[in-house]
Ligand binder design. Structure first.
Ligand SMILES: [Fe+2]
Length: 383
């Protein structure tokens, strides 16, 4: 039975204009009053209002919840679940990046299961699914709109928690590249790198399959080819659509194959230092490639064409250096030039970061099972 592979995905509508189907889909899901989860940045960019217009056109009532931080907090989820009950809503609609979407997922399961959100931490800890959930991503990065993951911040313990469950896969993902045209260059770069790392981690995951490989490879190809273009020409909908497709493919891959050491390590940095998730991933990826190389080098090497490098005649060591350099060059080219130390991380922080990272559920699918010492070494290299 160990050769059987499962692949879970929501109903997906992809393409410019998908956002405008919000009202119709909410109605199809039986909505009377929609709980709209967003955040101040997305409201400011006008995308929340665009969704509201669609709900109004479908004659639906709605309540808006925007008290969501960039790294969404457990207490915000609990406040959101209270509001959901007070407003007597029956469908949840998230519009935004990973933060509002993860918060919306968690609000749903808190509402249904009547438990504190921190009790769902880990793999398959959710008994009952939440109310119907529609997600409209406004970044091409986290792909929370198709994934089995919700990541939250436990501020009291200064760490992130991961909820992995089929119960948090949205019912509908309306994946529209138009909202990504208002992201600034750095947010585009960080979220795009997050998507790229999703694909890379899914491709070498020890729970991957042909189905997830297919998506992961295509994601790497498109993101590498089109992300710089989307940054240079932010309003170019064709480039944005390619990156959005890459992000979607990466999301389908990682949701079903799992992630790895980059995410485990990025989560512990994000929890302790409250830094942007995509940036954390970007600063770690090449170093994790080196660490994983003995086990997974042959898989990374299959990406040479997509990464625009030739590996002909190279030794395994030189192949590893070439792939690492390609990733590092790419990140610099799109404007992510910092090191961990530039973000306030010090050598003394490494033991605590490493302890948290080895326990992160994402580490379970990394191709090499690391010791805490191994992870300390990788952090030190990225410092
Ligand atoms: Fe991520």
């Amino acid at each position: 039975m160990e050769n059987l592979r499962k692949f879970v995905a929501p109903e997906i509508v992809f393409g410019p204009g998908a956002l405008q189907l919000a009202g119709r889909y909410a109605r199809n899901l039986g909505a009377n009053r929609v709980f709209l989860v967003s955040d101040p940045g997305v409201v400011h960019a006008g995308w929340t209002e665009a969704v509201v217009r669609s709900l109004d056109a479908a004659d639906l009532k709605w309540a808006l919840f925007t008290e969501v931080s960039p790294n969404p907090r457990a207490e915000e989820v609990m406040a959101g679940a209270d509001r959901y009950d007070q407003e007597a809503c029956d469908v949840i609609l998230a519009v935004g990046g990973g933060s509002p979407m993860d918060c919306a997922k968690a609000i749903g399961i808190v509402h249904t299961n009547h438990r504190h959100v921190l009790e769902f931490e880990g793999v398959d800890r959710v008994d009952d699914p939440g109310p119907p959930l529609i997600c409209i991503p406004t970044t091409a990065g986290t792909s929370s709109d198709v994934s089995q993951f919700a990541i939250l911040s436990n501020r009291f313990e200064k760490r992130k928690i991961a909820i992995l469950s089929k119960s948090v896969v949205p019912d509908v993902a309306l994946v529209d590249p138009e909202p990504t045209t208002t992201m600034d260059a750095y947010l585009t770069a960080c979220t795009g790198m997050d998507a790229l790392v999703h694909a890379l981690e899914a491709l070498v995951s020890n729970a991957g399959s042909e189905l997830t490989d297919l998506h992961a490879r295509e994601a790497v190809r498109r993101i590498f080819r089109y992300l710089p273009e989307a940054i240079e020409h932010p309003r170019d909908i064709a480039a944005r659509q390619q990156v959005m497709f890459g992000s979607l493919a990466a999301g389908l891959a990682f949701s079903n194959a799992g992630l790895g050491a980059v995410h485990a390590m990025a989560h512990s940095i994000g929890g302790l230092f409250d830094l942007p998730h995509g940036e954390c991933n970007s600063l770690l990826i090449d170093h994790v490639v080196r660490f994983n190389w003995p086990q997974a080098g042959h898989r990374y090497a299959t990406l040479a064409d997509s990464l625009g490098v030739s590996l002909e005649g190279l030794s395994s060591g030189a192949t590893c250096e070439t792939i690492m350099e390609a990733l590092s060059r790419f990140r610099h080219r799109i404007g992510i030039t910092a090191r961990l130390r530039d973000r306030g991380i010090r050598r003394k922080d490494i033991p605590q970061l490493a302890r948290l990272a080895v326990d992160d559920p994402c580490m379970a699918t990394n191709p090499v099972a690391p010791t805490t010492n191994d992870i300390e070494t990788v952090y030190a290299q990225a410092l």
